[in-house]
Design a protein around this ligand. Structure first.
Ligand SMILES: *Cc1c(COP(=O)(O)O)cnc(C)c1O
Length: 483
């Protein structure tokens, strides 16, 4: 963040001098504003007063870096940006109104019509739709890599027009952890930055910039806020990627960052901001113009959430692993997709990238297929039926008929989303109460013995898109009794 003259940020809290829990309550603090509120105030204002004619002119020319209008920058939003940048180990961040806005700002900060994006196949459905529908209409084409841990698959997807790779650190609902260093190596060999959606891991469990990621995005609506009261999103960037690269034919790879612009006195973003060029462009040109500005009230509420992030994620992660191990023992459960379980094909990767906890969102598949999933879902009393995650409350979702309903049965099968699969997001409640709720909802559902191996009973953790996961289209039984 460029220094705003009216406050002094506690810059040292951004460095590794302090631990994570210290940074989550101190980093980015506002000091020296003459008022000294201990908690960053909610600056609910559209604009900021110019002292005089000259100051107005200077604010617009950039000679004075103070605030002018909330769409461009706001002190409450800026404090949250600095705190998240500090937690991710990034140099700068831009806060926006939702996670989808964050993905949009990150991608449009790098790509333009005619450019090509390569994404892991296993990503949030909203982001997938954004790539397939919205960006396609803008002339940005996306190819999906089915096995994100196969370097050759990324290699083969690269074109001269490829400008970014996109992955999620913990994809949902299958917990098919991505080997970030492996993907980053291919990306960097081609001069391409790697964007990582780190929503499910949070910076407490994993900091993608330490593993070769160049840009990190979050839905702050999830674990960062944690209370489920607001939406928000953030784009964070590190300082290692060189934006001056050229394509094999010698032309600039990111001309919008390396061509001179009038607003910077005929210098380029790369000349003016160096390795911070992308984030400066994403903030000043993409976010400030498209306008996905968060309300400072929402920023404040996200900040309140972040102050307890490590405590919540510790608790939620350990409860989730305990509940996943318990579910794996239940006769009604065919498989559990939790990367912390030794049975997961992603266990070794999870131990390497997520040694402090593997997150709190995972899926499991019932033997009884769709009918069992329906019965189970409706019987739950403590779990909330909701499409959200990372909340302090435990939540349950049936992806095949909700988030992934628009995919074809073949695509769902390829993604390992069987009709009997349910996703849980574990909250901070007493784990014994959660297990008791799951147990009463499971009671009497078909077990392996009672069910002739239905679709989607592949062993937990088999590789995604394996031919074994042949889920058929859910055909609800009218009697409600599993066949
Ligand atoms: C929820 C989510 C998003 C979208 O975030 P919103 O805040 O709902 O717009 C993007 N990526 C992931 C991984 C998510 O879980």
């Amino acid at each position: 963040m460029r220094v705003r003259p009216w406050f002094i940020m506690t810059d040292d809290s951004r460095t590794p001098r302090h631990g994570f829990a210290t940074r989550q309550v101190h980093a980015g603090d506002v000091r020296g504003d003459g008022i000294n509120s201990r908690v960053t105030p909610v600056h609910l204002t559209a604009g900021f007063v110019f002292d005089d004619f000259a100051q107005a002119e200077d604010r617009f020319s950039g000679a004075d870096d103070g605030f002018s209008y909330t769409r461009l920058a706001n002190p409450t939003n800026a404090a949250v940006e600095r705190r998240i940048a500090a937690l991710e180990g990034g140099t700068e961040a831009v806060l926006v109104g939702s996670g989808q806005a964050a993905v949009t700002v990150a991608v449009l900060g790098l790509l333009q019509a005619g450019d090509h994006l390569v994404s892991a196949n296993s990503i949030y459905e909203g982001s997938r739709g954004l790539f397939l529908d919205n960006f396609a209409r803008l002339g940005i084409e996306t190819d999906f890599v089915v096995d994100a841990n196969d370097p050759l698959a990324w290699e083969l997807a690269v074109r001269p027009s490829t400008r970014a790779f996109f992955v999620e650190s913990i994809p949902n609902p299958k917990n098919d952890i991505v080997d970030l260093a492996l993907v980053a190596e291919v990306a960097h060999r081609h001069g391409i930055p790697l964007i990582v959606d780190n929503t499910f891991a949070t910076p407490y469990l994993l900091r993608p910039l330490e593993h070769g990621g160049d840009v990190v995005v979050h839905s702050a609506s999830k674990f960062l806020a944690g209370h489920g009261a607001v939406l928000g999103g953030v784009v964070v960037a590190g300082s290692t990627f060189d934006w001056d690269g050229t394509t094999p034919d010698g032309s600039a790879r990111f001309p919008h960052l390396t061509n001179p612009v009038r607003s910077l006195g005929d210098r380029s973003f790369a000349e003016r901001f160096g390795r911070g060029a992308f984030l400066a462009y994403a903030r000043d040109v993409v976010a400030a113009r498209l306008g996905p500005t968060p309300s400072p009230l929402n920023a404040f509420l996200i900040q309140q959430g972040i102050e307890t992030l490590s405590l919540r994620v510790d608790r939620q992660s350990s409860s989730a692993l305990a509940i996943a191990s318990w579910l794996e023992q239940q006769p009604e459960v065919a498989s559990v997709d939790h990367a912390g379980l030794p049975s997961s094909a992603y266990h070794a990767l999870a131990q390497r990238y997520l040694p402090d906890g593997q997150g709190a969102v995972f899926a499991f598949t019932l033997h009884g297929g769709l009918d069992a999933a329906k019965t189970f879902y409706d019987r739950l009393e403590l779990f909330t039926r909701m499409t959200h995650l990372g909340d302090v409350r435990s939540l349950v979702l049936h992806p095949a008929t909700t988030t992934h309903a628009w995919r074809t049965p073949e695509q769902r099968a390829e993604a390992g989303i069987a009709p009997g699969l349910l996703r849980l997001s574990i909250g901070v409640e007493d784990p014994a109460d959660l297990t008791a709720d799951l147990a009463q909802a499971l009671a009497g559902l078909p077990t392996a013995a009672a069910t002739p191996a239905p679709a989607g009973t592949a062993t937990a953790g088999t590789a995604p898109a394996g031919p074994g996961t042949t889920a058929t289209a859910p055909t609800p039984s009218r009697s409600g009794v599993p066949a």
